[in-house]
Each structure stands twice: as structure tokens, then as C-alpha cells.
Write a protein that binds this ligand. Sequence first.
Ligand SMILES: Nc1ncnc2c1ncn2[C@@H]1O[C@H](COP(=O)(O)OP(=O)(O)OP(=O)(O)O)[C@@H](O)[C@H]1O
Length: 682
Amino acid sequence: MSTQTHVERVMAGVGGLMPLGGIDGLAEPIQRSWTRCINQHKLHPGSAVVAHVESQSRLRECRGQIEEYLHVARAGMEQLYKCVAGLGYVLLLADSEGVTIDYIGDDSADHALRRGGLHLGANWREEYGGTNGIGTCLIEQQPFVCHRDDHFFWSNTSLSCVTTPLFDPEGQFLGVLDVSALSAPVSRETSQLALGLTTMHGRMIEDANFMRHFADRWVLRLATAGALADVASDLMLALDNDGIVVGANSGARRRLRTAAEWRSDNADIIGRPIADLFRDPMDALSRLRKPHASHDRAVLVTTDFVSYYGSLVPPRTQARTASMATAVASPSVTPTREHVLDRLAGDDRHMQRVLDQAKRLVNKRINVLIQGETGTGKEVFARAMHEASARVDKPFVAINCAAIPESLIESELFGYTAGTFTGARAKGMKGLIQQSDGGTLFLDEIGDMPLSLQTRLLRVLSEREVLPLGSDKPIAIDLTVIAASHRDLRRQIAAGTFREDLYYRLCGATMALPALRERQDREYIINHLLREESAKLNARPWLQDRALAQLLSYNWPGNVRELRNVLRYAVAMSDGEGVFIEHLPAELLAANAVPRAVSSVPASASADEATAEPMSIAGVAPMHVEPELPAVPPLPMKTQPLVTALRRNKWNISAAAAELGMCRTTLYRQMKRYGITPPTHW
Ligand SMILES: Nc1ncnc2c1ncn2[C@@H]1O[C@H](COP(=O)(O)OP(=O)(O)OP(=O)(O)O)[C@@H](O)[C@H]1O
């Protein structure tokens, strides 16, 4: 088909003038996609399209985000490739942003495949690739065929792509499995066969991942075909020890949710008792647990009145004790969750060494001391160590020893019994140390703890018991302590302000986090934080090359905290379509124009000293981004209207609040939350 004919066909299709020749039921998604390409993305079907390939660091970041999932997906892809090898197909795995993060293909066609974008790093979102298997499946989230001239761009019309969406065990869209041929036969028949194979393998990948994710839960597998019940299940449900559904695969979500909606208002299967599904749940569960032949394991699921053949798989690890019905013996493997730590760094040698060390310490009950300048991520690191450990379900209690007034710190930490203080809680109070029993106690700014309390803390650590104020009965506790400080504790020991014996109790292992300016993975961190901050404002996580260059060359005295604040600010200043250089604070641009000494902030500088410099927006009223912000909850509104209203009203809070239709205190709160302050300090 000539370019001209293709362009006319697409234009007519968008205008609804021509019936489209897709496989049954698939024509509408293509028509919708063509319309998006023209109206939303302003693309032209006759343009020559060049593959949009992401940088290596972005690719690494994308892979890192679903690392746990990747090797299961890879196994499924290899299995699928065996079915299509020699037929001219390549396999791609794309993440939820359309970036190709894994690939299997014929090496001899490597060059042609790269040119056609069928390779690692290629981004297939519709705004780059027009209508195509991956990009359109990202939006439709249904199995999908994009055969030859279904593609929007004429230059892609020799391709045939067959895709299926992949969902994680929590039901979140994770990415797309794609089987593509570079020069496909005109007939659509082979793509229908490929569609069957792709959806089947997509399901296998999801199910394998489901079993892995819920390794410490009971899993109920239900199949409609009795003979295949043990090897292929249509529905999978993860259950806790009380028989409550805590996970469901996409089949179960679809089938059981529809039925549930029909029965009641409760649309979600998660959180419902399994008893809701069966007429006689105890009988059904006890039969399903036994090694009967599959035909004896038929159960009627009352939500959709379909008979399934089922099996109940006991927990395979012991993270959550398996006591549902009569517990079944299970191998004792502590699940490792090292990926939680891997997210903290890209390719920085120092950080990689620290992460290796941390992985070895997880679950070893060794107290850890983390050192590093303010804002380098000491608390984030401590939290990740807790989350990577088997104590993940237990409390992580963070105490900032510098932030609690000295007069309160003792009672906050150790608690008190009834009647200890007048005006205090009548029943007494459990201290923070006791609250962290079984979990992790994070003592931030330990160097600021008064000497008298250091002595009491030492007793807690050496005797593993806590004595609340006013009590003579010590309470046994079981905890792992992670302490952190930006101060040089050895110097404090020499000066007599920190107890040497406490120091040695705390530092079963010491880790030093590097300053951001010293890290070689700054681009990884920038992209990682940009994605987080963009997600909060529903903005596109895109950064102009010039803006990236500015961020890379800045000195970052406030470390990752300062970087997060700058990105939060820049995303708020952008129109949601990506961050350009003009969205960065003018202070940062000015600082880059006048190079600063790398060591302008000493390791012992306080948070305020490190980040107190006001920043201003390029070209508009200067603003200051607060050095410290509280944890950011999901944002209820975009910040742009706030800033616009404040600027229009010359930073008069009452007038801006009136314009925005909110009260003064709400506006103050929003400004604090988003780090917006007026040009000068108040
Ligand atoms: N690896 C990381 N990934 C994402 N965000 C990070 C990372 N490291 C730090 N941050 C962000 O930087 C900010 C500061 O982190 P954190 O509180 O852990 O630093 P800190 O070293 O404990 O600081 P301080 O010494 O002032 O207590 C937080 O907003 C956190 O979200």
C-alpha cells in the first residue's frame, strides 16, 4: 500500500467513514488509537518514524522497578520463544511506561530489529510510535493485535504485533508481553495463533508470579477443566489464616467481581471471607486440601454458580504462620526482599558496596549505625533494611532524638505507668521503645541524645528490657536497633558528650552513605525521584536534556532531600507535560552559573545550615523551597493553581485563599505540604 493510500485510509478511519478490516472485536481499539494519534498526539500517518530509545540509565531504572518480576517474566518469554523460534518473531517485554525492558530475538536480524525499534530501550508509547501493539495495549489493557496497516505510521505497516497486558499480584497493570514480526505475511491468520500463545504465556507469567508473591499464604486454585486442574487454573485466590481473601489473579478479579457486583454493592473480592464463595466452606476447603483425584475436588462457587475443580496449596514459607484449618507442614524459608534495598541506588560503586553489606546484615539481628550528611537518605535506608527483613510485618518506629524536647524524651522513649505524672494519661503510656517490640527501632540523630538517657538506652540494648518510668518491673523486648547520625560520634566520644560503650553497642556494623554530589548514579536518583513526584501530580515524568544537565552539575548541599524538593517544585511549575529548564528554581541555575567549592557544606553541618538558602523561580516571583517537608500524602490538588492565585494576589494569603475558595489555614497547610513559601521569609 502506498503512503498516500495509507494516509487516506487512516484519515477516513478517524472520520468513521470506512469500515476497518481488523479481527473481530479489535477494530474499535485501532480506530480509537488512530483518533488519539491525530487529535491528542498531533501525529501524521505519513511521517517517517524514528524509534524513541531511552538512555541506558533510564532503562536500568525501569528494569530495577520490576526487578522481582523480571526473572519470572524472562522464564515465560523463553518458553514462548521456543514456540515461535524460526518463524521470524521477536519477543518484547515492555513496562507500564512502554519502555522495552527485555527482549529475545534472532541475533542475525539484530540491525534491522534495532532500526525498527524492536529492541531494548525502545519506548513504544503511542505518542512516539503511533498505534502499535505495545503502545495501544498500554491504554486498552486487553489482549491486542496490531497487524500491518493497523499501525498508524505508514513506515510501521510491515510489522505485525500481538500483545497481552500483564498484571502484578495486586492487580496493578505492570506492562505488556509482545510478539512481533518485522515483515509479517499479509494474512492475519498467523497473528491469531500468536495471540492465543501470547495470552497463554502472559497468564503463566502472572500465575507464577502470583504463587511467588503469595508464597507465605494459602492459595486456592480453581479451574473449569477438571483434567487440567493441577496444572492450569483459571482463578487464583490467596487467603490469610482466617480465610480472608488477600490476593486474586486477574481471572478471579474479573469473574468473581462481576458476580459480586451482581449480588451486592461490595465489588471487590479482596478482603472478603472465602466463606462467601462456597455453600459449605469448611467442607469445600477440607476436601480441596486432600490429595483426591481432581474429579473429587469439584466445588460449586456460589458467586457465579459455576463448578470448578480446585486445590488448596498450603503456605510454602513461614513468614506468616500457617494455622488455617489444621496447619500443613511447610518448608521454612525466610523470604528475602532484597529488591527493596536495590531501589535505593543505581550504578554507584560506593552505594553498591553499602547495599551488599546491608543485604548480608538483614535478618542477622545486628545493630547498625548509619552515618552520612543530612538528607543523604539515612532514614530511607533504615526503613528499607526493615522492609527487606522478615520483620516487615512488625513496627518500624523512628525517633528523632534531636526533635523531641529533652524534658519529654525520657517518657516518650521508655513510657510510664499509671499515676506517674499529674496530667498525663491516666492509664500510663507505652514508650516508643516498647512500641517497636519485635520490629526495628530507628534512632535518628543519636548524637543529640542527652547523656543521662544514653545510659538508660545502653541498659535497654544490653539487657533487652525496658523499665517504664514509675515501674519496677522491667519488660522484655526484642528489637533490632538502627541508629543514625550526621555527626562524627568518635569526636563526640573524645569530647565526652557521647558514651563510648553505647557507641560500641550501636555499631555492630557501620555504614556511611555518600553525599549526593559524590554519587555516580545521580541520573538514576533524579529519574527515580522525578517519577515519584510526577506520579503525585499526575504529570508526565519527562525531563528535558538541558534540565537534566543542570541537575547533574549542581552541588546538592542538601543532598537527596534537596533534590526531591527541587523536583517537587519543578513538577509543580510545569504544565504536567515534562520538566524544562525554566521550571527549575532560579537559585539552582544561578548556583550552576557560579561554580561552588564542592566541599561548601561540611559533613557536620546541620539540616538548617545545609538547606537554608532560598530559591526562586526563573522569570517569576522568587520562592523558597523548604528544606524539610513532612511525608507527602497523595496530593488532593495540583499546586499550579495555588501558586498562580498567590502570585496574582501578591502573596496575600487571605486574598489568595478567598480566590481559591478555601480558608486561610487550609491554604497555609497546602503551602507547607508542597513546600511553597513567599519570596521572603515570614
Ligand atoms: N534513595 C532514596 N530514594 C528516594 N528518596 C530518597 C532516597 N534517599 C533520600 N530520599 C529522600 O530524601 C529525603 C531525606 O531522606 P532521609 O530523611 O532518609 O535523610 P536523612 O539522611 O535521614 O536526613 P537527616 O540526617 O536530616 O535526618 C526524604 O524526602 C527522602 O524521601
